[in-house]
Design a protein around this ligand. Sequence first.
Ligand code: ACO
Length: 454
Amino acid sequence: ARNVGIVASDCYFPSTYVAQEDLEQYDGIAAGKYTKGLGQTNMAFVGAGEDINSMCMSALSNLMDKYGLNYNDIGRLEVGTETIIDKSKSTKTSLMSLFTESGNSDVLGITNVNACYGGTSALFNTIDWVESSAWDGRYGVVLCGDIAVYEKGPARPTGGAGVVALLVGPNAPLTFENKLRSSHFEDAYDFYKPFLSSEYPAVDGHLSNSCYLRAVDRCYNLYTKKFKEAYGEDFDVFGNSPGKAQHALFHQPYTKLVQKSYARLMYNDAKRGGDIVGDSEILKEIAAEFGEVDDVASYTDRALDKKCVTASADAYNERVFPYTIAGRNLGNSYTGSLYFGLLSLIAQSDKLAKKDDRVLMFSYGSGLAATMFSAKIEGSLEEQRTTCNLLARLDDRVKATPEQFTEALEMREQFYTATDFEFPSVNDTKLAPHPGSFSLAGVDSMGRRAYTRS
Ligand code: ACO
């Protein structure tokens, strides 16, 4: 099939959020650390009454119902998540309960797991299937998202929750430049989940930032090489020539890291030399001041960071920041994070995007797996913009107190490995999910989960 890409999109996120400003106070942290320092506004969260399966069911049914799709039209369903509630049974198979009525069980795909990267793996598998000789003419669906929770401490404000649903097929208004996929995989212990009795990760936060930035460097350098091979010209991310990247989306653990990553591309350009530096005064300055900085030291060099953030600020505000809106308000949805960036772009496509624009994308999953790739806007995104209605939905949520947020996480801890219980006897009605969405009805003594739709 040709022009394979995203033909429809939607999402699900919880009805409740906590304000980062309120959390700063509650945590007794200096005002501004979470809001300005990390760049976060609000954080979505769920109590024990929702799990990753129910959230994926809600996202899938949103996509199917709003577009009037038939479950028989789906030939592949790939999930990306790192929210693991069963060491064997995948979320993908739990989602098959939604297909039962249609009689369609001929649905390829499974859950992809590696920290925040699984969604990208799910997307690539699905695109490649539609382009392959194995394709049977039906649509593929990608679901990616997580419930991101951290134990008390500095990482807790970088949690979040949400699931993105993407319909993949031919003749799409948003396609991908598959030949430019540029990856960096490495064995690292920056963020991982070795303690199977707890939902919380083991995380070395500052190491994870360095690993993330190193992956940005590696992937970007490879991407620029592949771009030149493909098009015979330099990829100029900060330039204005048509056909370069008018928009850039990054995996968004917290917004400040997105800004630092985009700025880091400028440092890479300064070191790349040749035509890309040309007569650019700022790139020459960066090269002269920081060209000799040791690679490892460069990840924590505050003067370098400040210089590049300042120099790239205008481009960042125009080409990157608008698309951090979902991430600023939901927090990190791990595998969903980059794709909430894509939904944020679609949400503002009437004002900010035009046909033939290129969207640079960077996916990162600790451990580590990373790919830089790009999408092209080939047609109208208007139907996706109005159907998803993302910005209005972000506004239409209930603000909870930090106390309610903390209670919800305590409740999740209590029920994480529990069996033989039924909601709603213990469910917290204050955290009731959106009408029409799915929630966990209970877990029986054999660990089997049941779901209800409100
Ligand atoms: N006002 C304004 N800014 C402030 C304030 C304040 N009162 N206090 C601190 N800051 C700034 C700091 O200067 C710093 O900014 P800088 O890096 O530009 O200098 C920023 O806020 C963060 O402060 P730190 O002291 O570095 O934060 P801390 O060490 O407490 O935690 C971290 C931050 C490491 C991101 C932590 O939240 C974490 O571990 N999160 C989870 C891991 C993560 O998300 N990693 C990212 C990639 S991997 C993934 O996606 C999971």
